[in-house]
Each structure stands twice: as C-alpha cells, then as structure tokens.
Design a protein around this ligand. Sequence first.
Ligand code: CTP
Length: 411
Amino acid sequence: MLNGKKIVLGVTGGIAAYKAATLCSRLVQKGADVHVIMTDSAKQFITELTLQTLTRNVVYSDTFDEREPSVVSHIHLADMADLVLVAPATANVIAKMAHGMADDMLSTTLLATTAPVMIAPAMNVHMYDHPAVQHNMRLLVDRGTLMIEPSEGQLACGYVGKGRLEEPETIVEVVEQFFESKEAAKQGLNQPVSLLKGKKVVVTAGGTIERIDPVRYITNDSSGKMGFAIAAAARDLGAEVTLVMGSTQVQPPANVDVIRVQSAQDMYEAVSRHWGHADIVVKAAAVADYRPKEVFEEKMKKKGDTLSLELVKNIDILETLGKQKSHQFLIGFAAETHSVEMYAREKLERKNCDLIVANDVARPGIGFGADTNAVHIYDRKGLVEELQVMSKEDIAHRLLVIAAERIAGRN
Ligand code: CTP
C-alpha cells in the first residue's frame, strides 16, 4: 500500500521526536518515499543525519536553505506529497497549524500543501488537556486534518496519562489504512453505477427539532455530515436515494430526493412513506428521545425563578422499523461516550438492525460536526470491521459496500 507513496514527515520538538527514527524506518521498509522536515527544536532531540540516513533523502529544516535552484523547496514538498504526516506534533505546531502561521519550513509547507494532513500529537497530559490545545485540535479536525490520538501511559515528564505519541507501528498501520481506504473509494468512484444499481436507499440525517413555543425548541449538535456522506455514497454507487433530513448547518448532496422534516414524529412519518419500497434504510439522524409534552402556541412568558418543562418520550423510529422489517436491510447508528461496544450491540439487538455503526463521540475528531469519523461496525455476531479515523465519505462508502455485499449474499 505504501509503495512509492510520497510522505512528507514533519518532526517537531518533543522528547517523542526520537521515535521518528523508527517511524521513518518502518515507512521506508513499507516502500514509502519519506521526506523529513524538522523544526529547530526537533533537532535538540534527534539529528538530521539519523533521519537522512534512514530515509535516503535530504532532511529540511531551514526555509531559506535552498539546495536545489530549480525549485522552491517548501512548495515542491507541499506539491509532491501524497500525505503530510506530523509525528510527533507538539502543542506549538498544532497551534500554528490551527491559526495558519508560517514561520518555519514545516509550518510554511503545511500551509502550502493541498495534500491530506495527519497529525500524531504528543505532549504532557496537562498540556494535552488544556482548553487551548483541545480547541486547536478541534479546529484542525473540523478542517479535515486526520488525528492519531496519543495513547495513555507513562510520559517522559514523569506523569502518567494521555499524551504519549502513538507507537510508530500503529502510526504506520493508520497510514496504510488511510491509503487503502482512499484506493477503495477511488475504485468505488470508478464503477459508480454498479453496486447499488436498482436499489432504493433511505437515509436520515441531522438532528430533530422539538418545539417548545414559536421561538424556542430543543435540538442537538448533529451536523448531518455523516448522513449526507452516506446519501452521496449511495447515489455514487447507483442507488435511488431519499434523504430525510432534520436540522443541519450544511447543504445536502445533489441528485438525491430531499425531504426536510423537523420533529421525530415528522421524520418517522416521512421514513414510513418510503419504507415499503426501501432496500436499505440508514438511520444516521440524531433523533430527540423526548419532546415537550405541551407545545405553546404563543411565546412563553417569563414567570418564576425556575421553570420545569415536562417532556414525553418520542417514538423510537429505528426500533419501530426494526419490528416491521421484512426484506429491508436496516442500519442504525450509536453515538456513545463510554462502553461503546456494549451499548452499540445492545441497540443492534433491541432495534433489530442488520448492522450498527458505533462511534465514540468523546474522542476529538469523531462524530458530531467533524469531517472525519472512526467507527466500529457490528452485526449480531460481533465486530464486522473497525474503520480508523478517516473522512466521513470514505466511511460511508465502506459501510454501503458491506451492506451491498450482504444483500447480494442473501439473494
Ligand atoms: N433513533 C431513532 N429514534 C429515536 C432515537 C434513536 O430512530 N427516538 C435511532 C438513531 O437514529 C440511531 C439509533 O436509534 O440510529 C441509536 O440512537 P441513539 O441516540 O444512540 O440511541 P437511543 O436509542 O436514543 O439510546 P440512548 O439515548 O439511551 O443512548
């Protein structure tokens, strides 16, 4: 998978920089063409000569040290990269990336590249938890930067906690998976009308809105991006797609039938109308579990110091569909913050789904709002596939390929 892939590896100045040697060596062994850019601080921890010897390529660190007159090095590196990987990524480089600063060779290259960017942060546990660092990482993830989260354990600074650079072997695995999924997506796009041709796919996306009065409502943070990616992937695989969308901030994909709804009840009714003819139904929407018992026709006026709103349970759309299932292939989602596998598999059983896509929304870069996701797909027997951090488009494509294969197997 890595044969001939041009990887620009940014090495920044933390103690974990020494692991860049193993990382370079593993990437090169897998056939990658690795070009290292080091920051000045990184050179305090590991030498240029080490990384140059391991990669057999010139190591860059000074923007103005132009060794090849025919090219401008940082632009050349930015343009040639299939992937820019920053490992280890310090809090400082993360902040520079988040705010578009370009004051050295690495940050300049990062700003100039249009290649995918992946970062593997490593730092002290309190630095990692600092709101500024968390905010910067979210900014990057929202912009599509792929994140290899640090692991937990003994840190070089003496603390035990989250902040350790992920092991080079794991980073290489993630890089391989990234190229694999890109390749799979490319192949899918090359044969867009085969896999789901003639199939009807219904996708729900976004959050529901549960009215309190004419100017107030209860909703949630769902961006709709995952459901939209699924609708677009189904369309690209040749399906006839109905997208039932609740509240979102983003535009739905083109060339799919869009039905806009507000409440869980509206969503249920819209899905029900298409249920009978659907081959695949994907419930990616974040449906409110409860709605206000009473919807006030006029704006509620302020009264006492406290206000209690009585909520009543909404219909569980997925569970209701699960009970009515005949030929339909039903895919549910489970957004969890803890005990992800246990809750997801329990939902799969209870809601009678064929597959459930579980994501740990507590991890940065995962789930609501982000362009990337990392999921575990389960069926009744257990784990079907783990998809590491990748774009929602790639996840959507893979999910539908699995569904299409299973439908084909049934027939
Ligand atoms: N779902 C649904 N109708 C609801 C609630 C959830 O169709 N009223 C669907 C979601 O679209 C998703 C799946 O059920 O595909 C799981 O949703 P989630 O919110 O994770 O689970 P809940 O059943 O609401 O359980 P809990 O809130 O206790 O985690």
